[in-house]
Design a protein around this ligand. Structure first.
Ligand code: SF4
Length: 357
């Protein structure tokens, strides 16, 4: 942020710009390779796929049909299980499909998701040799007590080592965190966010923990032995996380689970909101702007990048009162577009305005 000179101050939004990438074509392999089913996990309901992982032969046929009508390459993403723990030959069969499509120019990139304790260097080298570009690691937390209470089967050091092994193999790293796990507090989540930033992943996903039907966590919740985070606490925690990750160059590609009909049916409790992403991003932006707004006496004029129009005031304008307290009102805001910098916010004191704050 540049300092406040006379009556103008600027702020550059710290979110890393996403480069144009091929659209992701997910291949969901629910529970494939998972050593056991985690207490909160319902990958079948989360992905809407109940028939189990697709066999490589079927996947090959499905993709061959699909690519007849696709005109642009995709990023093939193996999600929904523990990819690196899938038995050797089967994993290789999926990798071979991805490699041959990549060779044919139909697939631009390949990624997979896995657990941090299933990342030995031999397997990672195999992924790298087979053309995998990114490994998303379901770290969930780096905190020993949280990991133990959540039955994850590894500790914080193992989680760190798993992420470092991905870097060491020359692969891009993605990190997934699960705020709201058993024994997790907002303070522990903040530590997890800083640990994530220090590992410099390319992307992060923040999935607030939900209680889903047919999971052991649902039984605990029914017995009163587990309480999920409230929506407002979650929005607060995630809004605090975004700037930390953005400033470390991490793109946050999801805040909350993707909408899915089966997920709606399985949902029992927890921080779910239809505009979770917008609420979190909006609050993060308000907190970024607040110190500068406070430094300007009196009512303020704001020129802001047009692409933030849907975020500035928050979901249904919920942040308007907070901005009013900072001297900013809707009538004094102007969106700007190219050739202006798409990240630049310019704040100035309104002429002839008496300080009102
Ligand atoms: S959370 Fe990950 S490791 Fe655990 S069961 Fe679900 S997909 Fe498997």
């Amino acid at each position: 942020m540049s300092p406040f000179h006379s009556n103008i101050a600027t702020l550059r939004h710290p979110e890393p710009q996403s480069t144009a990438r091929a659209p992701v074509r997910p291949v969901f392999l629910p529970f494939a390779g998972c050593p056991y089913r985690c207490m909160y996990c319902a990958q079948d309901d989360q992905t809407g796929i109940h028939a189990g992982a697709i066999a490589p032969g079927d996947l090959k046929r499905e993709l061959a049909l699909e690519f007849r009508t696709r005109d642009k390459p995709v990023e093939l993403a193996f999600y929904g299980g523990t990819f690196t723990a899938i038995p050797g030959e089967l994993m290789q069969a999926y990798l071979d499909i991805a490699a041959s499509l990549k060779k044919a120019g139909l697939v631009a990139r390949v990624r997979c998701s896995t657990r941090p304790d299933c990342l030995d260097s031999q397997t990672l080298d195999r992924l790298a040799r087979s053309g995998v570009d990114m490994v998303e690691v379901g770290v969930q937390s780096f905190d020993d007590a949280v990991l133990a209470a959540s039955g994850r089967g590894y500790d914080g050091v193992a989680a760190l080592r798993g992420c470092e092994a991905v870097h060491a193999a020359g692969l891009e790293l993605g990190i997934q965190l699960l705020p709201g796990l058993p024994a997790m507090t907002p303070g522990i989540f903040t530590h997890d966010v800083f640990a994530t930033a220090s590992l410099a992943p390319s992307v992060a996903r923040l999935y607030p923990l939900l209680v889903l039907e047919k999971t052991p966590l649902a039984d605990k919740w029914r017995a009163g032995a587990f309480a999920p985070w409230a929506v407002e606490d979650t929005v607060n925690a995630l809004a605090g996380a975004l700037p930390v990750l953005w400033k470390a160059g991490v793109r946050v590609i999801r805040t909350g689970l993707a909408p899915e009909t089966d997920l709606d049916a399985a949902y029992l409790a927890g921080p779910r909101h239809p505009a979770m992403g917008q609420r979190v991003r909006s609050l993060a932006l308000q907190r970024l702007l607040e110190p500068t707004l406070l430094s300007i006496p009196g009512p303020v004029r704001l020129e802001y990048p047009r692409r933030f129009q849907g975020e500035l005031w928050g979901h249904c304008g919920e942040l308007a009162p907070a901005y009013a307290r900072l001297g900013l009102h809707r009538e004094n805001t102007v969106p700007h577009g190219p050739p202006w910098d798409g990240n630049l916010f310019v704040m100035s004191q309104l002429p002839d305005s008496a300080p009102t704050r």
